[in-house]
Write a protein that binds this ligand. Structure first.
Ligand code: NAD
Length: 715
């Protein structure tokens, strides 16, 4: 063995070729953490000093090649100054340049996932062989940065500016056929053959069949486009990339500008430009938020896995109710591989539930993401029924009938009688207490909440709600089922609105108060959308449905009368009483018409201001800042309460629930991260301005204590 590190070993093969084998012993995947990079640096030095070396291949013994840099090290790495970030990047460049400059041909055997820093390592090699199941890509923009180990320099010189702009600024994963077509890899072979193919290409290069030295010159020289061609390529991309990224995500445009800036430079100079721009991005709040999200997502997944490991598998599911939610649950379960019985009391509802599932599957087939055989098997695994015939085989049954406690209790008690010993029963209620629903059951320990979001196939979050008597087995099995459905389950304790709606309704209360103080709802929507929400509060109420929101609002008011009770007429009540239910009947705060694709299109309705007359005693101007503060303050304080009351176990789960459940702006990292960024002292001082608006605007004692002792939710 030429070099033996903990993660990297260099083995001699035949004919003077060496195999740099990557095997991260402490992890299920390979990643380029600082320790691995230090070993890589040593290994390359040894290779460089090896006489008569004829070739080097890089390979992995794991299923993945290299998933990228170690993101868990980013927060620490980015706390230092820009100058120090640049210094650190140059140390990495020295390793990658040394690989590129080895005195023999080099090839990489990409057997599995190969992203970010892993793909940048591949780009430093002369040849790239890709397995037919592998994926490659540079997803750094998703973390608010761009490739910083020479990726922005090497890729455009290898595959052309237009393609590289798309790869780097879009951050997407690439399949073997695309990677090959665009020239990012030299060959695609069966996974088991990647190493042999890498050796083969080295031998061919040594035999003079491929000029690896010419390739190196190309990767290290200015881009081969004249000034006019460059201007056309970059200026036309700016509009497309800028509008796709939106105003809150600076990394894609920064990447494009960096590629443009170093287009006419040689490797050494170009890399300096890349490093400078990278360091700037690494210091942004957006990067901190997005890196934080990655870590929180990992933390949430770990909690989920913990439950999953304790759970019995779910081989057969059932759903009660074939409506909007029941139909969605059936589709999702079946399409992810868990057969499901869909029971309703109404034949038409069953037919509608199945036809919705068919539509979604048809779409997948027409987009080439599923073949018709798979579609048929998914549809076959949904069993529509009007009776309880096969319920004896069911492991988990999800109740999704109308939101009425009496009906739900009756249905739950009835189903319980049909289920086998140990089967789990869950309710998809959005508001009704799980502890209360459990009173209808003989075995409340086998019951919990399983709150999906609409539309089920698109929304990633499932709140799993633990009632007073729910057993940990019931929670674990429900979490396991949600994960099997491809969802992100977050376990919360029972309370009115659970976690997400409990936090959302104070935000809607903030909206109502703004309207009663004379704000214009169109301005509020515009400001909150510019803040980063996918829709403003009025638009969101239209989408949720005024009847659904009105009902949930009354549950919240009853559950938390001190904070959420109200005597005065709210804008939500006004719209509900006027029958302006939102998208579902075409009229809410906005008017809706179907566009060419059959999707509801929002239109400003001139009639609405007159309908809202009398809600506000006067009108006045509101600054954008005041609107943001008045909308966000109640939401942030309520999330703090949920943490203090142990409704949710951690700030990480709280932030992910809001991002996955209601589209909290990801670049702001979630409500707890947002509070940390503002600083709890600043937040509490700001909230004082609005104290007169009531208890929803008054920070908790714990928040004040945290502010006084400079504590944060994270770190
Ligand atoms: P829906 O009205 O579309 O569907 C309810 C279905 O239940 C109907 O098909 C009805 O025929 C059926 N049903 C009624 N009684 C039944 C019984 N005894 N046995 C079997 N089926 C019966 O309602 P939905 O929007 O799908 O909501 C269902 C549940 O999901 C509610 O508790 C609701 O609060 C909750 N939820 C809804 C949303 C949403 O956005 N729609 C989001 C999250 C949770």
């Amino acid at each position: 063995m030429l070099f033996e590190g903990k993660t990297i070993q260099v083995h001699p093969l035949d004919d003077g070729i060496y195999d740099v084998v990557i095997d991260h012993k402490n992890d299920s995947v390979n990643k380029l953490d600082q320790a691995t990079l230090a070993e890589l640096s040593e290994a390359v030095k040894v290779l460089n000093d090896t006489a008569d070396i004829k070739g080097v291949i890089f390979s992995s013994v794991k299923d993945v090649f290299i998933v990228g840099a170690d993101i868990t090290e980013f927060t620490q790495m980015f706390t230092v100054s820009e100058e120090d970030i640049i210094k650190n990047l140059h140390e990495m460049h020295a390793i990658f340049n040394a690989i590129e400059d080895l005195p023999c041909p080099t090839a990489v055997a990409i057997n599995g996932l190969c992203f970010g820093g892993g793909f940048e390592l591949s780009l430093a090699c002369d040849f790239r062989i890709m397995g037919d199941k592998a994926k490659v890509g540079l997803p750094e923009v998703k973390l608010g940065i761009y490739p910083g180990w020479g990726g922005t320099v090497r890729l455009p010189r290898l595959i052309g500016v237009d393609n590289a702009n798309e790869w780097i600024c879009g951050g997407s994963e690439k399949r073997p056929d695309d990677a090959l077509k665009e020239g990012a890899v030299d060959a695609v072979v069966e996974t088991s053959q990647v190493k042999a193919a890498a050796i083969d290409i080295i031998q061919k290069a040594n035999a003079g069949k491929f000029d690896y030295k010419a390739r190196r010159v190309e990767k290290q020289s200015p881009i081969k486009l004249n000034q006019i061609e460059q201007m056309m390529a970059f200026e036309s991309a700016k509009g497309v990339i800028g509008s796709k990224a939106g105003p809150h995500y600076p990394a894609p445009i920064a990447a494009l500008k960096t590629i443009q800036k170093h287009a006419n430079l040689t490797r050494e100079k170009a890399i300096e430009v890349e490093a400078k721009g990278f360091a700037k991005l690494a210091k942004t709040d957006v990067c901190a938020a997005l890196v934080g999200l990655f870590m929180k997502d990992q933390a949430v997944k770990k909690v989920g896995k913990g439950y999953e490991s304790k759970a019995e598998p779910v081989n057969q599911a059932a759903v009660l109710g074939a409506g909007i939610m029941g139909g969605g649950i059936a589709y999702q379960s079946a399409s992810k591989g868990t057969p499901i019985i869909m029971k309703d009391i109404n034949q038409d509802a069953l037919a509608l539930g199945l036809s919705e599932a068919t539509k979604l599957l048809d779409k997948k087939v027409s987009r080439g993401r599923m073949d018709s055989r798979k579609m048929a098997s998914v549809l076959n695994s949904i069993t529509p029924t009007l009776n309880y015939g096969d319920f004896g085989n069911v492991d988990v049954a999800v109740e999704a009938v109308v939101e009425n406690p009496k009906i739900k209790k009756a249905v739950l008690a009835e189903v319980e009688g049909e289920l086998k010993e140990g089967a789990i029963l869950a309710s998809n209620t959005s508001t009704i207490s799980i502890t209360d629903l459990a009173t209808a059951l003989k075995k409340p320990e086998n019951f919990c909440g399983m709150h999906f979001f609409n539309p089920v196939h698109q929304m990633p979050l499932v709140e799993v709600i633990r009632g007073e008597k729910t057993s940990e087995e019931a929670v674990a099995r429900t979490v396991a089922y949600a994960k099997a459905m491809g969802k992100t389950p977050i376990v919360v304790n029972d309370c009115p609105g659970f976690l997400v709606n409990r936090v959302l309704f104070p935000y809607f209360a903030g909206f109502s108060k703004l309207i009663s103080d004379g704000a214009n709802f169109l301005q509020v929507d515009k400001v909150m959308e510019a803040f980063g929400w996918p829709m403003g509060p009025a638009y969101l109420l239209d989408v949720v449905g005024m009847d659904t929101a009105h009902h949930a609002d009354s549950v919240m008011a009853e559950g938390f009368p001190d904070r959420m009770g109200h005597d005065e007429e709210t804008v939500l009540e006004r719209m509900f009483n006027l029958g302006r239910l939102g998208q579902k009947n075409g009229k809410g705060f906005y008017r809706y018409e179907l566009d060419r694709k059959g999707k509801p299109k929002k239109i400003v309705d001139e009639e609405v201001p007159a309908l809202l007359e009398g809600l506000a005693t006067s009108t006045r101007e509101f600054t954008d800042e005041e609107i943001i503060e008045r909308m966000m303050t109640p939401l942030c304080i309520e999330i703090a309460r949920c943490l203090e009351e142990n409704i949710v176990a951690s700030p990480a789960e709280a932030d992910m629930a809001l991002i996955y459940g209601i589209g909290f702006p990801p670049f702001r990292g979630g409500a707890c991260h947002y509070l940390d960024q503002i600083g709890l002292d600043n937040f509490c001082a700001m909230a004082e301005k609005y104290e007169a608006l009531g208890p929803l605007y008054q920070p908790t004692e714990e928040m004040k204590n945290m502010a006084a002792s400079s504590r944060k939710y994270f770190g």
